[in-house]
Design a binder for this molecule. Sequence first.
Ligand SMILES: Nc1ncnc2c1ncn2[C@@H]1O[C@H](COP(=O)(O)OP(=O)(O)OP(=O)(O)O)[C@@H](O)[C@H]1O
Length: 594
Amino acid sequence: MYRVERKPVIVLALTLLLALPLLPAELWFVKTLVDRIQQWSAPQPIGPIVASAAWLAILMGVINIGLGVPIPMAQTRLNEIGALEGQRLLLHKTARLPLASVEAPHVGDLRERAMQVSIYETFNTGIQMMQNVMRAAILIGIMLVYGQTLPAVAVCAAALLLAYVSGRSAESLEKLNRMQAPNRRLLSYYASLMTRREAAKEIRLFGLGGLLADRWKSSYERQADETGKAVRASELRKIGPELLSALVGGLIVAMLVLLPGASELSAGDFSILFMVVTMLVSQLPDLIGGGVILRRQRLRWEDFRAYMELEEDKDRREEQEPVDSNAKIRTDVSSEANGAVASAGPANGFLLQVRDLRFRYPGALRDTIHDLSLTIPPGCTAALVGENGSGKSTLVKLLTGLYAPSAGEVVWRNVGRDAVEVKSAASAGESFSAVFQNFAKLQVTLRENVALGKLSAIREDTALQAALQDAGSKLHGLDRQIGAPFGGIEPSGGEWQKIVTARALLRDAGFVFFDEPTAALDPQAEKEAFELFLRVTEGRSALLVTHRLGAAKLADTIFVLKDGRLAEQGTHEELMRRDGEYSRMFRLQARWYE
Ligand SMILES: Nc1ncnc2c1ncn2[C@@H]1O[C@H](COP(=O)(O)OP(=O)(O)OP(=O)(O)O)[C@@H](O)[C@H]1O
């Protein structure tokens, strides 16, 4: 928080710490006032009594105004900064995690718990604790000055016992809170399902609202029940030590009067001692409460730190940071690389090479992609086909660096006239563009939707409009809001398809992925989309993932995936002659159109 905004941090720390010397001063003024009142008798002047009372009033004024105003102001500001900074760090971190990590349930649970960290609460409670500990030390010091060693020891012992029991209770409650993280995620999933627009159709059509609401309720009640039981047990555990500390407090006050020598104390001394003991006893719950909060926060910080230390998508992180782009590109002019290019095709462009690729989803029992090798030469339009679940989308995620392979490698070679730039899949982000099947439909302006492909072009109206036009979109008005929930226009499925194609075209990348880009199009639009596909892939390399074999037929080469293995490869004619998996699928589909 100090890094984000220094002033409120310093103000809060200083005011709380500067308040410390005011405590003995206040006690001293009270004692003097009481002693002067006790010793006064008519016709002595009342000036000294008035002076003491005035000093006490001034001190109270300083405490109430001097500290009462800046402290809440600083606390409010720090609360805002803390919440903002905590969330910002977590969101930023999440954006840098590999896709496989974001999809893993244990990472989701960890994030849920990390989000409970409160930077402000930790800082504020820490400062208050420091202040309370120092106040307690001052009060105990005064008791010792008055020779009240036994009461001081008794207060400390009672406080330590209560702090120990409360700390243990807080820890067990926090452990329960940790265990409840998956259930809390489920609760917020049910709640978002019931409020999200995407699921609204099914919920209404199949009458799922009641079922989901009941599930939400029973999950909520189960969690509330667990928490209730744990809190009850922890409070019962604390009754004994709390009674003991109240007893100790009462006994000490009684001792002040009954102890030998008590009669020799002046009224002022007695007032001081009485105030000290009552302050100490009444401050104990705050002190212990602060300790409990810090202990709970410490466990949450462990989760926060564990989340912040999760391994990042290293190449992608470097890509996001403004570094010298030359530094991250390994220029490889080895004979092996040139050899591969020479046999692969035209001199310039992108060559994608996959060698012995294997991939297994975290927690899965078997591989989804098995020892797969393929090459897409520069300028080549390839199609990837295969049955449902054969691994096409997984392979595209590996090629685009969204998943890290379990074994093998994906290499991108930018084949220039004199040299070959070699990049890993994760660091080649700028080299390719993609139109995914489940693309992000962002409820922002048309301009922002298209410019996502190349944020640096967000103000280049001509380029944005040209990309839309090239993608076949008739939408205009770059600053129009998209999305009915935000009062904007509502593009149809096909129009959305064109917006995201424009997004992909804007990047002007050397390689384009099309993952089922025509799923939402009518037959006429689909035909146009394939014509567009051929047009935009001219002079580029491309990979088209599709179930429409009529479209795959247009590709220079076709890869057939079966159970995560490359079953066949060749042109349409070659594969038809081979009479294998592809020709079986093609004939099956063609039969529908006969
Ligand atoms: N996040 C995931 N975690 C675990 N397994 C997954 C995950 N995503 C996909 N799979 C599994 O990997 C296999 C391949 O899935 P993938 O989505 O790559 O197939 P596909 O060929 O694209 O299928 P479709 O044609 O239906 O889109 C399937 O068995 C699927 O269940």
